[in-house]
Design a protein. Sequence first.
Length: 133
Amino acid sequence: MTRKNDWPALLANYLLNTRKKPFQWGENDCCLFAANAIIAMGGDDVASDVRGRYKTATGAARVLKRLGVRDMVELLSQRLGEPDGKICRGAIVVVDCNGDQVVGIYYDKPWALTETGLTALPTSSIIQSWSLN
């Protein structure tokens, strides 16, 4: 992925703006949070084909099934390629959040959008990562 020259500032602004938006399946959930972060940094929309196609957790599960993936690591591997395991600012991460796989972005720590809002998680919660380099 080719990032804009000022991608760190753009990502920081995106995170600040996102913390004010409530979680909403199909519009502002963990997967779209990460996809929008990629766009904010200058990348392509890796979720364009699923935007607006679900409105509930059950609908999201149906989309995953149609895509032929079982979990978030498989979904991101399908969209971003094989994970490289690098943990750096701007990396897309899959984290364990209370036993669930959640997609997030690494800034100074892993950040994920959960049903309770934008949440900072410990680095030890990272299951897999894609540095996008």
